[in-house]
Design a binder for this molecule. Sequence first.
Ligand SMILES: NC(=O)c1ccc[n+]([C@@H]2O[C@H](COP(=O)([O-])OP(=O)(O)OC[C@H]3O[C@@H](n4cnc5c(N)ncnc54)[C@H](OP(=O)(O)O)[C@@H]3O)[C@@H](O)[C@H]2O)c1
Length: 325
Amino acid sequence: MAKRIQFARTGGPEVLELIDVEPAAPGAGEVRIKNHAIGLNFIDIYFRTGLYPAPSMPSGLGTEGAGVVEAVGEGVDHLEVGDRVAYAQGPLGSYAEVHVLPGEKVVKLPEDIDFETAAAGMLKGLTVQYLLRQTFPLEGGETILFHAAAGGVGSIACQWASALGVKVIATVGSAEKAEIAKRNGAWATINYREENVVERVRELTDGAMVPVVYDSVGKDTWAISLDCLAPRGLMVSFGNASGAVEGINVGILNQKGSLYLTRPSLNGYADSRERLEEMCLDLFDMLESGKVRIDIGQRFALAEAGKAQESLASRGTTGSTVLIP
Ligand SMILES: NC(=O)c1ccc[n+]([C@@H]2O[C@H](COP(=O)([O-])OP(=O)(O)OC[C@H]3O[C@@H](n4cnc5c(N)ncnc54)[C@H](OP(=O)(O)O)[C@@H]3O)[C@@H](O)[C@H]2O)c1
């Protein structure tokens, strides 16, 4: 038997149950992985609360983990039993001791990347890869605004962008988080709970404002983000930590300066094996070169998944969080 977190109804952390299941044999095209570390992500909270509907109920939770291949289904030829691997996509259910998923979503880990780093950095690191290298391909020399910069995605983004020679204006919710963003290479920080973000961005850019805003906070920062953009700038709305952005009148993009808007997702960018492999190469290169270091701020036992989610949802975490099975 193996332990797994599941939920049969949406709601608070109390809906998460730790149950025993018989590990399934992988079907054609699938592999079974014994997880050594599991990544905690804000999207897991969206599924638990019902903001994003789970495909079926009861449901497993989580899409990220790292471990060792335990069994290989028919037709999978790039993986073998015993391979060290990581994944960040696929069916819900990584909050578990073992997880069965399509082999095409699983990549081999370079020797020098440990399981915790991989579980803490795959989903968030691949997200930063597409945000900075594809959605708005940064060339160096730009000044950008990145919200929630001391969190999991934000900590990686500050390091990656500064390695590209980009000046990151990082918003954060406390003085301690401002220190973290600075350590990760942010050029300037703004405590958006206390300061006027638009005025500070105006000062910092000598009135030019920024060509791109990366906004995963959602509802609370939507209007602020648009006001921080230079004419024809790009608003990248990629998350809902404070709630979803709703009821937009597209005319606002005209009023604020012929702006562009995109709402991207990892699955929309890593949508083929080839693209996933390319993005992983880039991410692993950043990790192995030491330009990006995955900051694991918290570790919880798998059984404490609800407590871990509560901490993430209440802004109590910094960097990445992993669950240990
Ligand atoms: N679209 C994609 O492909 C994709 C992929 C990965 C992640 N994401 C999104 O990126 C964001 C970051 O994910 P993460 O897992 O790394 O989380 P995280 O950044 O570690 O945690 C979220 C942070 O958001 C900030 N925040 C601001 N207002 C908040 C509120 N009302 N409630 C809770 N948090 C609030 C908090 O930082 P402060 O205290 O500093 O404000 C909090 O620590 C999430 O919105 C997630 O959905 C999107």
